[in-house]
Design a protein around this ligand. Structure first.
Ligand code: TRP
Length: 336
């Protein structure tokens, strides 16, 4: 067979393994990642280095890394097709991040809205890592010469910073980094908190606003039953109907039904009926993943093997870029 000249485009993305993944992570990220694994060359990482910008309990972080890897696989990512790896196992991320720090401007970092939000939320621990977080993320992306970076809307600004840093570096030396493009998944990216649908569904929320991928059916039904709605009582999309819009997004993502189909399915019915249907659809969707998850968690040797092999493949690709960078900035290499 003849080799195709056209190389596959490269995709890189990651999720922080701080806590268990949420329904929002699954619908907004993981599910889309699985759809890309045939068409693209995919690197999917567990961004554990990023998690320590906020205090973690070490034993929990370790366990969450393993669990998150199992969820990646349970969601359908195939380690034969993609490179699945743990960021901390590939030293090139930290190494490139240091170099890129010297090409990222304070003014740029000051404008990052996530830094401003997180400093407000963790006012007692506004550390340097929180500030340079987007530079590490730029290193993640640029190391692999990624073409596309699927992310939620809240991370778009970080991908834009990665582009700016890459352009600055390329212009200062010579072509080194490919300029990545963000892919912002549309409706499913906006899975909001059930208790405050103006906010994104977040791993770190403590109330009942977040559905976790590993929640059991009763928990899911209870959380959806308590979801914030509005007083107009109609199951249709509307300006300011944040709660219902969110439930419609979730229901549509879980069942594949369109807004029109959902509206006619629930015409004349109340929020109680709708919430029950949404809860059951979520439980069905996650049930299959949970079974697979248990299977992977029972085989830690296999998970370890996937992570070790993933890190080897990732390191190989990453080190190629890192050594170019080291040479361009002028680090002496006695091997050469
Ligand atoms: N910052 C991302 C988030 O919290 C996670 C992440 C780290 C990431 N490195 C990345 C996403 C590189 C895409 C590409 O969602």
């Amino acid at each position: 067979m003849q080799e195709t000249k056209e190389a596959k485009k490269l995709v890189l993305s990651g999720i922080q393994p701080s806590g268990t993944l949420t329904l929002g992570n699954y619908l907004g990220a993981l599910r889309n990642w699985t759809k890309m694994q045939d068409e693209y060359l995919c690197y999917y990482m567990l961004a554990d280095l990023h998690t320590i910008t906020v205090r973690q309990v070490p034993a929990e972080l370790r366990q969450n890394c393993l669990k998150t890897a199992a969820i990646y696989l349970a969601a359908g990512l195939d380690p034969e097709k993609i490179t699945l790896f743990l960021q901390s196992m590939v030293p090139a991320h930290s190494q490139l991040a240091w170099v890129l720090n010297c090409y990222a401007m304070m003014g740029e970092l000051n404008r990052m809205t996530q830094f401003k939000d997180k400093s407000a939320r963790h006012a007692d621990n506004i550390n340097g890592g929180l500030y340079t977080y987007p530079v590490l993320m730029a290193a993640d992306i640029l190391l692999y010469q990624a073409d596309y970076v699927p992310v939620g809307k809240d991370q778009k600004q970080h991908v834009e910073l990665a582009r700016d840093i890459a352009n600055r570096f390329n212009n200062t030396y010579s072509e080194t980094f490919r300029i990545p493009e963000p892919i912002i998944s549309t409706n499913t990216a906006s899975i909001r908190s059930l208790s405050d649908p103006t906010k994104k569904m977040s791993k770190s929320e403590s109330g009942d606003g977040t559905i976790f991928v590993l929640d059991n059916k009763d928990t899911i039904l209870r959380k959806v039953r308590k979801a914030v709605t509005d007083s107009d009582g109609e199951i249709r999309r509307g300006e300011g109907k944040h709660g219902i819009n969110n439930l419609m997004n979730i229901y549509s993502a879980a069942t594949g039904k369109t807004d029109g189909e959902i509206e006619s399915e629930f015409a004349g019915k109340g929020y109680g009926d709708f919430k029950l249907a949404v809860g059951e659809a979520i439980a069905d969707l996650l049930g299959g993943i949970q079974q697979e998850y248990e299977r992977y968690m029972a085989d830690k040797a296999y998970l370890n093997r996937v992570l070790i092999e993933g890190a080897e493949r990732a390191s190989y690709a990453a080190n190629k870029t890192l050594s170019k960078v080291y040479r361009k900035v002028g680090f002496y290499d006695p091997h050469k």
